[in-house]
Design a protein around this ligand. Structure first.
Ligand code: NAD
Ligand code: TYD
Length: 353
C-alpha cells in the first residue's frame, strides 16, 4: 500500500542515503523531505532525485511550528522519520545551544504535530502511522574493553551532542508511554559511506589522503567505534518502520569494532596500493585529544536480528573500499563541499526552473 513519509534532515548524510534507498526499493511512495539546509545539508546529495515526482523537497526548520504545521496540513503523513539534527560531537563541545534547540526542541515539535494530526480518539491513532526517531549508540555513554550496549543499557551520555540525543529519546519514549503515540527509536553505531560531510573521521581521512594533507588522530587513536555501512542502516530503518513493535527501541550495529588508528591506516593502505603510492603513514599526526572523548562504543544487535531478521550485509573491508572509491569518483562533490559552493546549489537549481 502506498505510504507518505515525512523525512527530516533528508539533505544530510544518512537522510539522503535513506531517500535514495527508499526510492529504489518502493515504487508507490511519496517522500516529503524537510531540511533547514544548515552547513550539513547538501542538495547535491539528492541531485538525481530532485525531479522524481515521488520526492518533494521543502526547506524548513523542524523547530518552526507554523512551517511544520503547514506541511502536516498539506500531506497526510503515514510515517515521520526524524533524521534532522546537529550531528557532530566536536561542534557540540564548542556550541551546545543549537544542539539543544534542534535535537531536543525540534523533536518535541514533531512529536506534538504527529500526535495532533494522527489522533482519532482517546489514545487511538490513524491506523498504520509511526514516528521513528533516528538515534545513536552514543546515548549509552562509553564502554570499557568488555561488553556491549543493549537496549536496556541505562542512558549515560557524555558529550553535549549525545546529551541532546538522549534527551530527545526520552521525550519520544514519554510520548509513547503517556499518549500511546506509535513510535520506535533506533540507536545506531557510527555510519560511513557516500555523502558524509568531511568533518567526520572517515570522509575527512579519505579526502586528506587524496589531497595529501595531514591526518589528525585525536590522542592515542585507540578509541574504538563500531562501524556500519550506511545502506545497512537505511535497510534497518525501513524494516523497523514497517515491522518494528510500537514503543520499542532497536539497536543497530554489526560487530565491526575498529580502533581509530586502524581505520586511518586502512584508508592509507588502500590509497597507497591502488591510487597514490606516495601516500603513507607519515601523514598521520597525533593531535590533542577531544574533551571527554568516549573510549569505546559497541552494539549488541541481537534484538533486531531476532525480531526482524536484520543483519549487516556489508563487511567493513568491503564497505571501506566502496566508500573510498565513491569519494574518488565524486571529487567534484568533495570540492564543492570543501570550497563551500555546495550551499549555492539550491539557489541555482531553483533559479533555473
Ligand atoms: P548530518 O549532519 O549529515 O545531517 C543532518 C541534516 O539535518 C542536515 O541535512 C541538516 O541540514 C539538517 N538539519 C539540521 N538542523 C535542522 C533543523 N533545525 N531543521 C531541519 N533540518 C535540519 O547528520 P547524519 O550523520 O546524516 O545523521 C542523521 C541522524 O542520524 C542524526 O539524527 C544523527 O544523530 C543520527 N545518527 C548518526 C550517526 C552517524 O554515524 N552519522 C550514527 C547514529 C545516528
Ligand atoms: P566522528 O566521525 O566525529 O564520530 P563520533 O565522534 O560521533 O564517534 O569521530 C569518530 C572517531 O574518530 C572519534 O573517536 C573521534 C575520532 N576522530 C579523530 O581521531 N580525528 C578526527 O579528525 C575526527 C573528526 C575524529
Amino acid at each position: 500500500m502506498s505510504k507518505t513519509y515525512l523525512v527530516t534532515g533528508g539533505a544530510g548524510f544518512i537522510g539522503s542515503n535513506f531517500i535514495h534507498y527508499l526510492l529504489k526499493k518502493h515504487q508507490d511512495i511519496l517522500l516529503v523531505n524537510v531540511d533547514k539546509l544548515t552547513y550539513a545539508g547538501n542538495l547535491e546529495n539528492l541531485a538525481s532525485v530532485m525531479d522524481d515526482k515521488r520526492h518533494v523537497f521543502a526547506q524548513a526548520d523542524i523547530c518552526d511550528k507554523d512551517a511544520m504545521e503547514k506541511l502536516f496540513d498539506l500531506y497526510d503523513f503515514d510515517y515521520v522519520v526524524n533524521f534532522a539534527a546537529e550531528s557532530h560531537v566536536d561542534r557540540s563541545i564548542k556550541d551546545p545551544d543549537v544542539f539543544a534547540r534542534t535535537n531536543v526542541m525540534g523533536t518535541v515539535n514533531l512529536l506534538n504535530l504527529a500526535k495532533k494530526h494522527w489522533l482519532i480518539g482517546e489514545d487511538t491513532y490513524k491506523p498504520g502511522v509511526k514516528f521513528q526517531q533516528v538515534s545513536t549508540d552514543e546515548v549509552y555513554g562509553a564502554l570499557g574493553s568488555e561488553g556491549f550496549f543493549t537496549e536496556t543499557t541505562p542512558l549515560s551520555p557524555h558529550s553535549p551532542y549525545s546529551a541532546s540525543k538522549a534527551s530527545a529519546d526520552l521525550f519520544v519514549q514519554a510520548y509513547g508511554d503517556t499518549y500511546k503515540l506509535p513510535l520506535n527509536i533506533t540507536r545506531c553505531s557510527n555510519n560511513y559511506g557516500p555523502y558524509q560531510f568531511p568533518e567526520k573521521l572517515i570522509p575527512l581521512m579519505i579526502n586528506n589522503c587524496l589531497t595529501k594533507k595531514q591526518l589528525p588522530v585525536y590522542g592515542d587513536g585507540m578509541q574504538v567505534r563500531d562501524w556500519l555501512y550506511v545502506e545497512d542502516h537505511c535497510r534497518a530503518i525501513d524494516l523497523v518502520l514497517s515491522k518494528g513493535r510500537p514503543g520499542e527501541v532497536y539497536n543497530v550495529g554489526g560487530h565491526n569494532e575498529r580502533p581509530n588508528v586502524f581505520i586511518v591506516k586502512s584508508i592509507i593502505d588502500y590509497v597507497h596500493d591502488s591510487i597514490d603510492p606516495s601516500v603513507s603513514e607519515a601523514l598521520i599526526k597525533h593531535v590533542v585529544d577531544r574533551k571527554g572523548h568516549d573510549r569505546r562504543y559497541g552494539i549488541d544487535p541481537q534484538k533486531i536480528k531476532d525480531e526482524l531478521g536484520w543483519e549487516p550485509e556489508t563487511m567493513f573491508e568491503d564497505g571501506i573500499k566502496l566508500t573510498i572509491r565513491w569519494y574518488l569518483e565524486h571529487r567534484e562533490w568533495m570540492e564543492h563541499v570543501t570550497s563551500g559552493s555546495y550551499q549555492k546549489y539550491y539557489e541555482q537549481m531553483y533559479a533555473n526552473r
